[in-house]
Design a protein around this ligand. Structure first.
Ligand code: GTR
Length: 329
């Protein structure tokens, strides 16, 4: 009696700590990434892969495929939904068409600060977004803070709202950003991330927008030499998993996976500030004209941009949600 009780206890403990005795076969989880290997979000996933390998004694192997090797972000989302790949890291903005909460999150100038954004993500709104993502056949494993996005242009700087007039500006595949550019007077051009550099080089677009580490790591800064730090959006990255791959994991593996992802997100937040400074320095040294927020006719730009709220906040529930976000600490 006593002996089998102890055996049960030992087995339960072994399970709780992920030690299943006989070495079980390793599961390889491939993660699609659009950024280059030197980008902080790729490095954060490499960090996660190391943590995961250590904590599962090699049972869960995460393999990151950078440089859009497995397709652009819209294609990756499709593959995840069909269960054709296990994992993928995308910017939340590309889910705006399928996840209603993302439309609201993408509204320009919504967050006052990164802390504000995190408080909203960790609260009810974050939970709503996770459950809406789940309804599309994917699981949100963690979010990564990728700072703020600003405009950069090739031929002339953007300083006032009227500078947007007629400018062809590349945006992510998101209805919100297409409308934002039209609202500002520009011409939106939707292009996959890996096509933007050539479009800048070949004069197919006049401007684009992104966060600082991406502006530099993609070499966009070599062609778009005016950077206007208007910080119009703060949409985080998300690490997604196909529901099929998620459900194939044991409960303990799911816990370890989520914990490792959380740690990777914290790791990226630590990296980010330094990477932003480095990027700004690289751009400055390369002769980029950097226009700080204080030198932009910001009020004019923002008052045009926020007219978008009336298009996307169309019912009482959304109005209540947006007011809650805006008034959150
Ligand atoms: C980057 C983001 C990518 C992609 C890209 C873009 O900041 O990390 O996932 O969304 O922006 O502008 O397409």
């Amino acid at each position: 009696m006593m002996k089998s009780g102890l055996r049960d206890l030992a087995a339960a403990l072994a399970f709780a700590f992920g030690m299943t005795g006989a070495a079980s076969a390793a599961t390889t989880l491939v993660s699609a990434e659009t950024q280059k290997p030197d980008h902080p979000v790729t490095q954060a996933q490499e960090f996660m892969a190391r943590t995961l390998a250590e904590r599962t004694s090699g049972e869960l192997v995460m393999q990151i495929k950078p440089n859009s090797e497995l397709g652009n972000e819209s294609q990756v989302v499709e593959k995840l939904r069909k269960g054709e790949i296990a994992m993928g890291r995308v910017n939340l903005a590309v889910l705006a068409d399928t996840v209603p909460a993302v439309k609201l999150l993408s509204l320009p100038y919504l967050f006052r600060s990164r802390d504000h954004m995190w408080n909203v993500l960790r609260g009810d709104f974050g939970k709503r977004m996770e459950s809406e993502i789940e309804q599309t056949g994917m699981v949100a494993i963690t979010f990564f803070d990728s700072g703020t996005r600003s405009f950069y242009s090739v031929k002339k700087p953007i300083r006032t709202r009227s500078d947007f007039e007629g400018m062809r500006i590349r945006v992510q595949p998101s209805p919100v950003y297409k409308d934002l550019i039209s609202q500002l007077g520009g011409v939106p051009v939707v292009l996959a991330y890996d096509k933007v550099l050539d479009a800048l080089k070949n004069n197919e677009i006049d401007a684009a927008e992104n966060n600082l580490p991406s502006y530099v790591s993609t070499d966009h800064y070599k062609y778009a030499k005016y950077l206007s730090l208007d910080e119009h959006s703060m949409v985080p990255e998300v690490l997604l998993m196909s529901k099929k791959a998620w459900q194939s994991l044991a409960p303990q593996q799911q816990i370890v996976l989520k914990q490792s992802a959380e740690q990777a997100s914290e790791y990226m937040t630590k990296l980010w500030a330094g990477k932003e400074r480095e990027a700004l320095e690289t751009a400055r040294k390369a002769g980029v004209t950097i226009i700080p927020k204080s030198q932009l006719a910001q009020t004019g730009i923002e008052s045009f941009a926020v007219k978008l709220y009336t298009k996307y906040v169309t019912n009482d529930k959304d109005l209540e949600t947006v007011l809650k976000i805006v008034s959150a600490k």
